[in-house]
Design a protein around this ligand. Structure first.
Ligand SMILES: Nc1ncnc2c1ncn2[C@@H]1O[C@H](COP(=O)(O)OP(=O)(O)OP(=O)(O)O)[C@@H](O)[C@H]1O
Length: 338
């Protein structure tokens, strides 16, 4: 589904990799997955998309389809392709947040955040997560994954019970802060206590904080495990474990901590696994810990529709020259340089 529109491309990435340079940067320019950009802004929300997308090097087996809510990608559900080309966020089934019988306070938070209707990934995940099933979800970055797991997490927490009931694991401190912020905003009218804990910050402060009520813990695997092993973070009442950016969480760096952490959770815990890519490590983890997950796959390509990506492999020192050449030849576009 490549656009022929002469206005494209919209995004260019320049990678430098040892041993993969080419003598001519322009001739090494290649096209990656295609299509469109933009936003849920157009559908009423105040969504601002942060990332253009990622190039997966080790994309692996993902069994498409799955459970019964429509299974296929957004295009197949649309039947006819939207002329707006941003079906990643607009191709909904027409559900409303009210359809999920959420707490009134949670609905207020959702609407105050500017979300009018659930995005496709939210439509697929929220009702299933509310039933208690494990989920393995694949959707592009910027399509509303965060709210897709925060909303059911907030809904399921009993705020009168002083216990950690949900843990959201993420690979970085930045993402932990962003995610906890989303939880706090959506749960603004609830009395749910959200705590962030990540490596590189004071362990003592986190220990002190855990003496206060915490219902929802967002953190990086190593630190959460550390606190759990010390006995200050008690996970015996944690009935939901969310893993965002699961592809990164299941890298060699984090996987051992996650597997140890799972031992501290009750056996009937629910696992929600979200990722834009599904390398073999994710499949292995799924086979071992999520025997019969509900599978949601809303993507064939990594890039949001509307964005055309090109990439060029150049040596580090060629980057600026390459960028300069591209600036003078291609218009209009955005440049991301790694
Ligand atoms: N239902 C909705 N209606 C309008 N805007 C929304 C909705 N859901 C999410 N958004 C907004 O869309 C933007 C992207 O959402 P979000 O960051 O959750 O996507 P994501 O898939 O988690 O992306 P990433 O993986 O890059 O973090 C955010 O600004 C968010 O506030």
């Amino acid at each position: 589904m490549k656009r022929k529109d002469p206005q494209w491309p919209r995004a260019i990435m320049i990678f430098s990799r040892p041993g993969s340079c080419s003598s001519s940067s322009s001739s090494s320019l290649a096209r990656t997955s295609a299509d469109s950009a933009a936003a849920m802004r157009g559908r009423g929300g105040r969504g601002v998309f942060r990332r253009v997308g990622r190039v997966a090097e080790d994309e692996a087996v993902f069994e498409r389809g799955g459970g019964g809510l429509g299974g296929g990608g957004s295009e197949s559900r649309l039947g006819k392709k939207s002329s707006l080309e941003n079906v990643d966020v607009t191709a909904t089934k027409g559900n409303e947040f009210e359809d999920y019988f959420l707490k009134r306070e949670l609905l207020m938070g959702i609407y105050e955040k500017g979300f009018e209707r659930p995005s496709p990934i939210q439509e697929e995940s929220i009702p299933i997560a509310l039933t208690g099933s494990d989920i393995l979800a694949r959707a592009k970055n910027g399509t509303g994954k965060t709210a897709a797991f925060c909303i059911p997490a907030l809904e399921k927490i009993d705020q009168d019970k002083n216990a950690i009931q949900v843990v959201i694991l993420v690979p970085t401190r930045e993402l932990a802060l962003q995610t906890s912020q989303v939880c706090k905003e959506l749960g603004k009218h609830l009395k749910i206590q959200v705590m962030v804990t990540t490596g590189g910050t004071s362990l003592k402060d986190d220990i002190m904080r855990l003496y206060q009520p915490v219902h929802l813990l967002v953190g990086t695997p190593g630190r959460v495990l550390d606190l759990t092993k010390k006995g200050v973070c008690v996970l015996k009442n944690c009935s939901m474990l969310v893993m965002d950016e699961a592809d990164k969480l299941l890298s060699r760096e984090f996987q051992p901590s996650i597997e140890q952490l799972l031992q501290f959770l009750p056996s009937n815990r629910q696992i929600l696994l979200f990722s834009a890519t599904f390398p073999v490590t994710v499949k292995d983890f799924k086979d071992r810990y999520l025997p019969r997950p509900y599978i949601i796959n809303l993507m064939d390509e990594l890039t949001l529709k509307g964005i055309t990506q090109y990439y060029a492999f150049v040596e580090e020192r060629q980057k600026v020259h390459c960028l300069n050449t591209l600036f003078s030849k291609v218009w209009p576009f955005t440049v991301a340089s790694n």
